[in-house]
Design a protein around this ligand. Sequence first.
Ligand SMILES: [Ca+2]
Length: 315
Amino acid sequence: MPAPWLICLRPPTAPGRLPPPVADRAAWPCPAPAPAGARRRPPLVDNRRLYFSYSQPGRGGAGTAVARARLEGDRLLDLEVLFEQHPRTSGGGHFGSRLVFDRDGYLFITTGDRFHSRKQAQQLDSHLGKILRLHDDGRVPADNPFVGQAGALPEIWSYGHRNVQGAALHPGTGVLWTQEHGPRGGDEVNIIKKGANYGWPLATFGEEYGGGRIGPPSLPGMEDPVWVWVPSIAPSGMMFYTGDLFPQWRNQLFLGALAGQRLVRLELDGDEVVQEHHLLRGQARLRTVTQAADGGIYLLTDEPNGKLLKLVPAQ
Ligand SMILES: [Ca+2]
């Protein structure tokens, strides 16, 4: 596979049969069984549509976009574009992007600051450097925090993010957690709150790539991360483990690392990170981490001939 980004488990084709993994350069929210407390089932289970984000070229450069298509056998039909980032900008970096459905069926989209446009992470008239929230058909929910505010884009749920390449729902609370790349130092894990400002580029634990201060680590009125890496590990992909194969890891947070070349396990106590552990250190750039249907852990390596790995307990 050429540098794949995401793994998704297909809906079961027959009762009792484990679905085969699918991997591609797209962010596919997995059609997991409805989590405890769900008021309705995740949309993909209902409508057999595959949701994915991608970098979309167009007037002004490129931007993150989200589409869905109907999955019929191995084919995708009836493609609908649900979201297009405003504005598009030049350059090839910092598109985000991950997709997560919450327990109420809302679709969260993560974006990036497109590297050269970091000030826009603080601007509510730009989709850059944001967490966005939509209905599963692309409509804007009426209770989004900036709906009706002059000059603000209504899709925005939170802002002040740099480049969010990991997102997952906490299995206990159902709240969205994300991670993002800092500059030189300052990679973060954040718990996402409606309408909140996560600081970038005014507040950061990192500094310029060539050295030099960007801002203080913390500012009043802005959310502090719950975990920070200095120096950076370049986190990519994120999941809370809920399976049975590794019971000692249940409800802990896993992240892949690109530059850091490891699988990070964050031991949690409620919303607090109590300790960081490393697996597979120095073995590969890891783009994503996903729970397999049997409780194993799938990993994708980030390289020209990318590999799908599976972790299972030693016999
Ligand atoms: Ca931050």
